[in-house]
Design a protein around this ligand. Structure first.
Ligand SMILES: [Zn+2]
Length: 248
């Protein structure tokens, strides 16, 4: 190794602007700040959840905190407020207020979320929604979808349901114009006519009442040929469907 020439000037500090070095708090920096304030190990991860920009779970071994990415730009007083909130919860009134106001401001400054294109998969393992719906379009909904497109039909994703007592066998999402049928019904033990009834029910939401079961909705639903046996089939088999949805 060569000795350094004595007259060489000291190395310049890395070219990071003042504001950058002050305002970027990465996950590790947050962990150091929060662990020191809480006097417990804190694990920090960044995410993009807008509905809950701060989530924390306290465990015996420490606290895990998930922060929206915009916390990387948090000023020191927000770091203080977050630490106070994690320590005392809602009892830290001023800290909460400051934190809420700052979060609202940052959320408002985010670009609008890109709507996720819904996954449309009408062909199931057992039942094909497109085929089942074909007679509905001509018989039941012949006058409903003249001026506007028919809603998309899809099976829901095969995810385990955690609900103990409730199970939504179908849904209609107006802003996506999508009818979803729960994947628990894509099974040999579920008669095709029952799946068709479910499609009918959800398409009826698209046709007359996207959010509820108003009088016009009820009237047409009761007039559907399979209404009575569908209601009774659902009543008889609901427990079994619920158990299967929980074990998907
Ligand atoms: Zn409904």
């Amino acid at each position: 190794m060569e000795p350094r020439p004595p007259n060489r000037p000291p190395t310049a500090p890395p070219a990071v602007s003042q504001s950058d070095s002050q305002s970027r708090l990465d996950a590790t920096a947050w962990e150091q700040i929060l662990s020191a304030r809480l006097e417990r190990p804190v694990q920090v991860r960044f995410g993009r959840a807008r509905t809950q920009p701060v989530q924390s779970v306290s465990r015996p071994e420490g606290v895990s905190v998930r922060l929206h990415e915009f916390f990387a730009q948090a000023p020191p007083e927000i770091a203080d407020a977050l630490a106070a909130w994690l320590r005392a919860g809602r009892r830290a009134r001023n800290a909460c207020r400051r934190l809420d106001a700052w979060i609202d401001e940052r959320l408002a400054a985010l670009p609008p979320p890109r709507p996720r294109a819904p996954q449309i998969e009408p062909a199931g393992r057992v039942h094909d929604l497109t085929g089942l719906a074909a007679p509905l379009w001509t018989a039941e909904f012949a006058d409903d979808f003249f001026m506007r497109p028919q809603p998309h039909l899809t099976w829901g994703r095969r995810t385990r349901s955690r609900a103990r007592r409730s199970l939504h066998l179908g849904s209609f999402t107006p802003d996506q114009d999508v009818v979803r049928v729960h994947s628990v019904l894509d099974h040999e033990s579920v008669p095709a006519w029952f799946v068709t009834f479910l499609l009918f029910h959800e398409i009826l939401h698209a046709a007359v009442d996207p959010r509820g079961h108003g009088p016009r909705f009820r009237k047409r639903e009761r007039a559907y040929a399979d209404y009575d046996r569908a209601v009774s089939w659902q009543r008889t088999h609901f427990g079994r469907l619920l158990r299967r949805a929980r074990s998907l």
